[in-house]
Every structure is written in C-alpha cells, then in structure tokens.
Design a protein around this ligand. Structure first.
Ligand code: ZN
Ligand code: ZN
Length: 136
C-alpha cells in the first residue's frame, strides 16, 4: 500500500496515511497539510511543500545488518571462515528485498511503496545542505 508520512506542522505528531487523491489531512488534528494530485504515480513535486527533489532510502535496519555480520564472525571457527561470505550474501540478499522509500529534501515527507523513478538517487549531501539553509 502506498503511504505518505510526515510530521504535522500543526500538532507536531507523526502522520502516516494511505495515498489517495485530494487533500493530505493530518489524522490527529485534521490539519490540511497539502494535496495529492495523482495517487497512482510517484509525485513529481512533494504534495506537502511542492519541492521537486527527493532522495532514496532503503528501509533497512542497520542494527539487523550488524547482527547478521556478528553471527557470521561468531561462526567463523566452526565453519572455517565460510560463514563470513555466507552472511555477506544473506545480507546482500535481504538488502535487495528491502523496499525503498523516497524522502522529500525540503520537508522530509516519506513516500513508501511507490514505483520510485530511476532518477531519484540516495541522499546527496550538497543538495541536503542547500535545503538545510533554506529551512533556517
Ligand atoms: Zn496534526
Ligand atoms: Zn516536501
């Protein structure tokens, strides 16, 4: 299910709603937080702040990845070192299966389960800094 998540500017609560055409309403305080034009496609501009730049993240739990590597290391004496490549492979496999989300550079809204266009890349620090300055 496609969802949009953001921090409501009015009640400061975290909102996460299924995408549907129309106004983006805060489920906590009913504040109108923006507008969704085409719920079937990834938005060309953020429904919240109209910014058109997004970055890609993997919904991958870092701690979980570390745990996999740790298990690999613990098993080294028993598997003559074979556990390491095996765990690295498992890690890679899991990572590939993790769905990605896109985040708006300007307001931080999160878009999940969309078909994210190929031109959206992982976080680029220079662009992030640009928007950080704008926010202040
Ligand atoms: Zn609210
Ligand atoms: Zn935005």
């Amino acid at each position: 299910m496609k969802t949009i998540a953001w921090d409501c500017p009015s009640c400061k609560k975290f909102c996460c709603v299924p995408v549907q055409a129309g106004a983006l309403i805060c489920p906590h305080c009913s504040e109108n937080c923006g507008k969704v034009d085409s719920p079937d496609f990834f938005p060309t501009s953020c429904p919240r702040c109209t910014c058109s730049q997004f970055y890609l993240v993997k919904d991958f739990n870092q701690a979980f990845g570390c745990l996999i590597m740790l298990i690999g290391i613990v098993l080294v004496p028993r598997t003559y070192g074979l556990s390491l490549p095996a765990m690295a492979l498992l890690d890679w496999f899991l990572f590939r299966r993790i769905p990605s989300a896109a985040i708006c550079y300007r307001c931080g809204a999160e878009f999940r389960d969309f078909d994210i266009p190929k031109h959206i890349k992982p976080f680029i620090h220079q662009i992030g800094v640009k928007y950080d300055r704008k926010r202040k």
